[in-house]
Ligand binder design. Sequence first.
Ligand SMILES: Nc1ncnc2c1ncn2[C@@H]1O[C@H](COP(=O)(O)OP(=O)(O)OP(=O)(O)O)[C@@H](O)[C@H]1O
Ligand SMILES: O=P(O)(O)OC[C@H]1O[C@H](OP(=O)(O)OP(=O)(O)O)[C@H](O)[C@@H]1O
Ligand SMILES: O=C(O)c1cccnc1
Length: 490
Amino acid sequence: MNLLNEIYRTSLILLTDLYQLTMAYSLWKNKATQKEAVFHAYFRKTPFNSGYAISCGLSTIIDYLQNFRFEESDLAYLQELEGNDGSPLFESGFIDYLRTMEFDCDIDAIPEGTPVFPNQPLLRVKGPLLQCMILETAILNIINFQTLIATKAARIKEAAKDDLVLEFGLRRAQGIDGSISASKAAYIGGCDATSNVLAGKLFGIPVKGTHAHSWVMAHDNETEAFEAYAQAQPNNCTLLVDTYDTIEGVKHAIKIGLDLKQKGHRLAGIRLDSGDLAFLSIEARKLLDEAGLTDTTIVASNDLDEYLISSLKNEQDAAITVWGVGTRLATAHDQPALGGVYKLGCIRSSPTQEWLPKIKLSEQMIKVSIPGMQQVRRYTYDDGQYMADMIYNELQPLSKSSCIIDPNNAFRNKKISEETPYEDLLHPIFRNGKLVYQSPSIQESRERTKQELQKLHKGIKRLSNPHSYPVGLEENLHHLRVELIKVEGI
Ligand SMILES: Nc1ncnc2c1ncn2[C@@H]1O[C@H](COP(=O)(O)OP(=O)(O)OP(=O)(O)O)[C@@H](O)[C@H]1O
Ligand SMILES: O=P(O)(O)OC[C@H]1O[C@H](OP(=O)(O)OP(=O)(O)O)[C@H](O)[C@@H]1O
Ligand SMILES: O=C(O)c1cccnc1
């Protein structure tokens, strides 16, 4: 068996937790397959203590849902599963039901590359409860990771400003799909290119790179290694100068650069990968400029992240203009998971019945869910800058007061005047299981991140202790939530 072909085959419907299938089975056994539900995928806390997150994962979710069906080998596997007493876990009638089941949900989602905030639905699923359950786990898996990495990349790009950021994470990422999804999300978040060639092919991300220490070590000396590389690739020559003595390495690279110049080519860059990157880049820049190689860029790598890039640029005047960022980006090392959840907002016993709002209670207010069929309205100032977001329930009329109430602290609220321009963020993606959304290209999603981040106040984009962006519940939704809390009791 080819394991990779097995993992990445067309339908990933079994990429779910067993409990989704046992609940689906129980619905079928209880003749409740008509039950419909609305679920919302959201996170409660931004990653990295960031002031915002960047939504990412929708295009993968679309691919997944377009193949949301059980294949014969999936059904054969499910048929083999046994309960505690050795009898089949699922009756054959259920297996037959799954065989003919067609994806039938409405999906609404916030486009990739949009700044998003705690408590607001990034994606809403409406449809048969049985299907809403089966797809929960994969949706969370996709959104949580890609949103996490896109956010990390956006922060790194914010720190690097107009400099190029190259994503070098493949070798240290969390497995094969971790690396591919990370490259995709990092590009949408703002990276300029990746070293991951498969991600380049799959998504159309620009691929870029330099060379490894092994290239230098595989030659008799550094100059010989540089010469061989430059001769082979005069059109793509960035030399790694720190294998032995970095300043000597820069001098050797300069010799090559002058040679290339004479032949009508250019030494594109040098790369520093150890030592004091500020000191070495400043010294290297002086040497390069003195030699007339003013257009040779300085690339740096070595455990970089947004904090170090910001310090090197803003406090240490490093002469680096290209940043190669691997491990800390692709593994989101300071927060390895986004805790996004998928919660039931309302339910009805059949498509002809009224929706019933639902709530999940908790001792911690932050964990009390938000009921209804939610939409997010983003209010903006006249110049397009974001003002505040309102989560409202499409099943309730909107209150006249236009006041939004902090879902975690009812004493905090913000009034929004009636004429304030706004946009609703959840867009229709699927209707009755049919794709109705024209997906943007990955380049357009990346551009969206860039444009939308410009509409966010710089205090919210600050790397440490950012200002918090106001997100609140529409007043009637707030009252509904309070009512449900009273009825269910904490
Ligand atoms: N100017 C600087 N300010 C803050 N941190 C820096 C600076 N320059 C480098 N660093 C960081 O310091 C750490 C140590 O770098 P250094 O190259 O000395 O050790 P290393 O990575 O173990 O070296 P090597 O790769 O040679 O084994 C790295 O994480 C690097 O990103
Ligand atoms: O530090 P990161 O942000 O993860 O960036 C990627 C790292 O991967 C390479 O090192 P590695 O030692 O694997 O290979 P090399 O011998 O070519 O340096 C590269 O030189 C970077 O240091
Ligand atoms: O091209 C590079 O310089 C590169 C690629 C992967 C990891 N580190 C560096």
